[in-house]
Ligand binder design. Structure first.
Ligand SMILES: [Zn+2]
Length: 100
């Protein structure tokens, strides 16, 4: 039986810690200004993923925060190099896309 995965914990920071925890997703920003989201690549390859949340950035992601404090990112995160992980982050949970 599959164990229900725990959602990633959302950590709001102004500066990223040197070592990211693999069970956390970090949101960097100041006040209402969100700069980027960062997390360890969920495939376990050890890469750090950065997703820009700034309106003028390209590509950029939309972040929504759930009532339970988990976050969702839109669109999906797709690494085009190395491990080529492609997944959605929804309510803190990783949903793998099957085309990788
Ligand atoms: Zn990876």
């Amino acid at each position: 039986m599959l164990r229900k995965p725990l959602p990633l914990r959302t950590v709001w920071v102004m500066d990223l810690p040197e070592q990211l925890h693999s069970k956390c997703v970090y949101i960097a920003g100041e006040g209402e200004y969100l700069w980027y989201a960062a997390m360890c690549c969920p495939c376990g390859c050890g890469a750090t993923l950065h997703m820009s949340l700034m309106p003028e950035g390209s590509p950029r992601w939309h972040l929504t925060e759930g009532l339970d404090g988990t976050i969702s990112l839109h669109p999906s995160v797709w690494r085009t190099v190395d491990c080529r992980s492609h997944f959605f982050l929804q309510k803190g949970l990783i949903h793998w896309c099957s085309n990788n």
